[in-house]
Design a protein around this ligand. Structure first.
Ligand SMILES: CC(C)(COP(=O)(O)OP(=O)(O)OC[C@H]1O[C@@H](n2cnc3c(N)ncnc32)[C@H](O)[C@@H]1OP(=O)(O)O)[C@@H](O)C(=O)NCCC(=O)NCCS
Length: 171
């Protein structure tokens, strides 16, 4: 099985939109970040890849990369890597967000994508990645702790409690 992280392309429209609609059932997770209902998929691809390639950074984006997780030619998930963080993201979200689509879970895709993401972050000059997850997200907690992440502390706001983990990056 070959897994890679790559930029979205307009050829991904059918799979990517199916994934996006699947994840709409979860109010906390946006599969295609910043996808505006009804907009042409190609417009979203142009906007998101412009961020990843450093051409622009419109809100809600932060400098970084948005990449699909592709396994054996199929889009199975996505990662959003943040190279620099504002105060809210630094405290509650960290450098990395990830989603593996239902139907593709428990196949080690997130574990492999996490390792690859850490290499991308290392290349971007980040030595210690902060990765957070909701304190009720057992799958993400197990994933991070299984990957050797160090629990740092809780980040608590009136609306959420996040577990902050630290992961050393390497090439
Ligand atoms: C969290 C998530 C990315 C895990 O993706 P995945 O590809 O299934 O993870 P992996 O197959 O790489 O799992 C690696 C390990 O994590 C743990 N794990 C993953 N899912 C789990 C679950 N539902 N329950 C318990 N442990 C789980 C296990 O230890 C697993 O290893 P094992 O299968 O050998 O037991 C996926 O469940 C997901 O996309 N959830 C919704 C989005 C989300 O919560 N993102 C994180 C936001 S902070």
């Amino acid at each position: 099985m070959e897994l890679k992280l790559r930029l979205p392309s307009i050829a991904d429209e059918t799979e990517a939109m199916a994934g996006h609609h699947q994840m709409l059932a979860d109010p906390f997770i946006e599969f295609l970040l910043d996808y505006r209902p009804g907009e042409p998929f190609a417009a979203w691809v142009e906007r998101v890849n412009g961020v990843s390639l450093g051409w622009h950074c419109p809100e809600p984006w932060l400098p970084g990369e948005f990449l699909f997780i592709e396994a054996d030619g199929v889009v199975v998930g996505r990662v959003w890597l943040r190279h620099s963080l504002d105060a809210h993201m630094a405290e509650y979200e960290g450098h990395l967000g990830y989603v593996v689509l239902r139907g593709f879970r428990r196949r080690e895709y997130a574990s492999q994508a996490l390792a690859m993401s850490l290499a991308h972050l290392h290349k971007a000059g980040i030595d210690i990645a902060v990765v957070t997850c909701d304190s009720s997200n057992g799958a993400s907690i197990a994933l991070l702790e299984g990957a050797g992440a160090t629990f740092e502390r809780l980040a608590v706001s009136p609306t959420m409690t996040r577990r902050r983990y630290l992961l050393a990056t390497s090439a």
